[in-house]
Write a protein that binds this ligand. Structure first.
Ligand code: FAD
Length: 488
C-alpha cells in the first residue's frame, strides 16, 4: 500500500537500545526513522531510570559523606534540603542529555517521528501521533514503510494488582518525581532499583522498611558483598522483612496500611507515607502488534532473538529490555550496535558488517548504593551451585591506603579464577565482585580481564597506580596466586 514515509531501517523506541541502533545505522549510511511516543529521546534510562536515579544518588552520597566528616574534625551542621531545587537539578541533568541526543539525531539526519507505533504488516508500521506529557494520542496517523526494522520497545514496571490507586503508592518513575520527603517509606522488592531509591529517600530523612519474598536483599550478588552494604546501611531501616509477601493494602487518611505474610504464615501490618513498588519490570513486546509482522512474542512479552539480534522474521531485529534479562542499558547498547551493523551489512552488501554478532562473555551489574556493590561473570554462589572449582583472591580494603585515607575501608575486592585440574594453577579469571565506594567505576576492569582471558599473573603484574581503589584488583589477583614474583 501507499506510505507517508519510507526508510531503510525503522527503529521502534528511542531508549539506549533504540537511539544507539539508529545512530550506528545512520553512521553506516542507512536512511533511519525512529518512532518514539515520548517527546524526549532516551527511553527509561535517561528519563526515568539510570540517569535521574544517579543524579539523586550522587547528592545523597555527598550528604552522607559530609555527615561522616564530623568524626574527622569538620562539621557542616545539619543539612537543609530544598526538594524543589533538587528536583530541578535532576531535571536539568535529564534535559541536557536528552537535548544532546536530539542534536545528535539531527546531525546524523535520523528522522524522529513522535507517536505510538504498531506493526500493520512485515514492512509497515502505523504511528499514532502523541502529544503532551501524558503522551495523549491526537488521532493523527502516519504509515511508514521500512525495508528492515529494530524493535527496541523496552520494559515497564510491574504493578501489584491488589494495591489501590493512590498517589502515595508509586513505582520507580513516581519515586523519581520526588514530590516530597515521607517520614516512613515501604519498599516492596529488595532489588537494586528499590534499594537505590530507598537510599535517596532515607538520606533525605525517611525511615525505611523493605519487604522481599526471597531470603536476601540484592539477589544475584554474592552474600559476602551484600553483607558489607547491609551492615553500613542497617541504620536506614526499621524493618527488613525477608521471605515475606505483601498481601494487601488500604489507603487511609493516616497513610497506606499494608499487610504482610511470611512464608511461615506469620501475619503483620505497617503504616506508610510512601510505598514504592519495585518488584521487577515487564517487557513491552506485546504492545507493538508484533504478530502482524509475523514476529513471535513469548507469553511473558519477550521477543526471542539469535546472536545477530534477529527475530524469527529475518529482516526484523529486537534489542534491549524487550529481548530478556539482564535488563540493563549497557546490554541494550551493545545489542543495538550488532543489530544496526547486521542491518547495514545486508542493505549495503558489506559481508563483514553482516557477520556482526553479540558475543559478550559477561555483563556487569552495579547497585549504586552507598557503598556500591558491583559484580561480573561467575559468582561464588554460582561456582558452588555448578560445581566449578575456583581459586579466590580477596583483598580487604582495610589494607588499602586510599580507602583508609578516604575514611571508607569497609569494602573488599574479590576475584575468582578457574581452579580446575586442566588450568594447572594458571586458571583464567571467571568472575569478580567489589563492594565499596566507586565499585561500579572499577568493575569494568574485571569485565575486560574476563573478556581477554587474563589469569592472576596477568592482572597481578599489571601496574595499577598507587594509591587508588583500583589497585585492589591487582592486589586481589596477587592474593589468589600467593605471590606473582616467582612466576613466569
Ligand atoms: P527503554 O529504555 O525502556 O526504551 C524504550 C522506549 O521505547 C521508550 O522510550 C518507550 O517510550 C518507547 N516505546 C515503547 N513502545 C513504543 C511504541 N509502541 N511506540 C513508540 N515508542 C515506544 N540500567 C543500567 O544499566 N544502569 C542503571 O543504573 C539503571 N538504573 C535504572 C534505574 C531505574 C529506576 C530503572 C527503572 C531502570 C534502570 N536501569 C538501569 C535499566 C535501564 O533503564 C534499561 O535497561 C534500559 O532503559 C533499556 O533500554 P531499552 O532501549 O531496551 O528500552
Amino acid at each position: 500500500g501507499s506510505a507517508d514515509l519510507s526508510c531503510d531501517l525503522l527503529v521502534l523506541g528511542a531508549g539506549p537500545g533504540g537511539y544507539s541502533a539508529a545512530f550506528r545505522a545512520a553512521d553506516l549510511g542507512l536512511k533511519v526513522i525512529v518512532v518514539e511516543r515520548y517527546a524526549a529521546l532516551g527511553g527509561v534510562c535517561l528519563n526515568v531510570g539510570c540517569i535521574p536515579s544517579k543524579a539523586l544518588l550522587h547528592v545523597a552520597a555527598v550528604m552522607d559523606e559530609v555527615s561522616h566528616l564530623g568524626d574527622l574534625g569538620v562539621d557542616f551542621g545539619a543539612p537543609s534540603v530544598n526538594v524543589d531545587k533538587l528536583r530541578g537539578h535532576k531535571e536539568k541533568v535529564i534535559s541536557k542529555l536528552t537535548g544532546g541526543l536530539a542534536a545528535m539525531a539531527k546531525m546524523r539526519k535520523v528522522t524522529v517521528v513522535r507517536g505510538y507505533g504498531s506493526f500493520i504488516d512485515a514492512h509497515h508500521v502505523e504511528v499514532e501521533e502523541t502529544s503532551g506529557e501524558a503522551q495523549a494520542k491526537t488521532g493523527a496517523k502516519k504509515t511508514i514503510h521500512f525495508s528492515q526494522a529494530i524493535i527496541a520497545a523496552g520494559s515497564q514496571a510491574v504493578r501489584l494488582p491488589f494495591l489501590p490507586q493512590d498517589e502515595r503508592i508509586v513505582d520507580s518513575t513516581g519515586a523519581l518525581e520526588l514530590k516530597g520527603t515521607p517520614k516512613k517509606m515501604l519498599i516492596i522488592g529488595g532489588g537494586i532499583i528499590g534499594l537505590e531509591m530507598g537510599t535517596v529517600y532515607s538520606t533525605l530523612g525517611a525511615r525505611l522498611d523493605v519487604v522481599e519474598m526471597l531470603d536476601g536483599l540484592m539477589q544475584g550478588a554474592d552474600r559476602d558483598l551484600v553483607k558489607v552494604w547491609q551492615k553500613m546501611n542497617a541504620k536506614r531501616f526499621d524493618n527488613i522483612m525477608l521471605k515475606t509477601k505483601t498481601v494487601g493494602a488500604t489507603a487511609t487518611p493516616e497513610g497506606i496500611k499494608v499487610q504482610f505474610e511470611g512464608l511461615d504464615g506469620t501475619k503483620s501490618e505497617g503504616l506508610y507515607d510512601l510505598v514504592l513498588q519495585a518488584v521487577g519490570r515487564t517487557p513491552n513486546g506485546k504492545k507493538v502488534a508484533a504478530e502482524k509482522a509475523g514476529v513471535a512474542v513469548t507469553d511473558r512479552g519477550f521477543i526471542n532473538v539469535d546472536v545477530q539480534m534477529r527475530t524469527n522474521v529475518p529482516h526484523i531485529f529486537a534489542i534491549g529490555d524487550v529481548v530478556g534479562q539482564p535488563m540493563l542499558a549497557h546490554k541494550a547498547v551493545h545489542e543495538a550496535h550488532v543489530a544496526a551493523e547486521v542491518a547495514a551489512g545486508v542493505q549495503l552488501g558489506d559481508a563483514n558488517l553482516a557477520k556482526s554478532q553479540f558475543d559478550a562473555r559477561v555483563i556487569p551489574s552495579v547497585a549504586y548504593t552507598d557503598p556500591e556493590v558491583a559484580w561480573v561473570g561467575l559468582t561464588e554462589d554460582q561456582a558452588k551451585a555448578q560445581g566449578i572449582k575456583v581459586k579466590k583472591g580477596l583483598f580487604p580494603w582495610t589494607a588499602s591506603g586510599r580507602a583508609i585515607a578516604n575514611g571508607r575501608d569497609e569494602g573488599f575486592t574479590k576475584l575468582l579464577f578457574d581452579d580446575s585440574p586442566e588450568a594447572h594453577g594458571h586458571g583464567k579469571i571467571l568472575g569478580g565482585g567489589i563492594v565499596g565506594t566507586h565499585a561500579g567505576d572499577m568493575i569494568g576492569e574485571i569485565a575486560l580481564a574476563i573478556e581477554m582471558g587474563a589469569n592472576a599473573v596477568d592482572i597481578g603484574k599489571t601496574i595499577h597506580p598507587h594509591p587508588t581503589l583500583g589497585e585492589s584488583i591487582g592486589m586481589a589477583a596477587e592474593v589468589a596466586h600467593g605471590s606473582c614474583t616467582d612466576l613466569p
